[in-house]
Design a protein around this ligand. Sequence first.
Ligand code: IDP
Ligand code: MG
Length: 154
Amino acid sequence: MAMERTLILIKPDAIQRGLIGGIIARFEARGLKVIGMKMVKMSAAMSKEHYSHLTSKPFYPDLEKFMTHHPIVAMALEGKECVQVVRDMMGATNARKALPGTIRGDMSMSTSRNIIHGSDSLETAGKEVKRFFKPEELYEYTFAAQEYNYAPDE
Ligand code: IDP
Ligand code: MG
């Protein structure tokens, strides 16, 4: 299975609620590799690009304001099939419908305040990692214990 990269945003509500570390810990425990991480503020233009599938929705103005008026934490993660693995870990968009055991399902109660973003497909992930990270902000390294995360034939 191919190594993939995906983009995570830890949203302003998670930062306010002291959940940055708790969210990162989930990904580390799963065995995903953090290859980029920084605190950033999104511009309105970035928000319109990032949420281009939602700009016509009635809730978009609140979404843009929420995501651009506060700092967020952006992370690039790497792992085998990690785009889908991360989507499964996040849980449903409406956090009240997110299953227990998921990040949203364990730590949030809202659709618009659902603490985390994760890329929804491999194609989106490629664009989103580029949107938030310059090439020199992404780090290639090997886990010393890589053979305990995956078998050689995976
Ligand atoms: P996702 O974050 O689970 O991929 P998307 O449909 O891509 O869900 O929506 C992006 C973000 O827009 C959501 O995480 C949420 O913050 C916000 N959003 C989506 N749908 C609604 C809604 O119906 N009401 C309010 N906010 C929404
Ligand atoms: Mg989405």
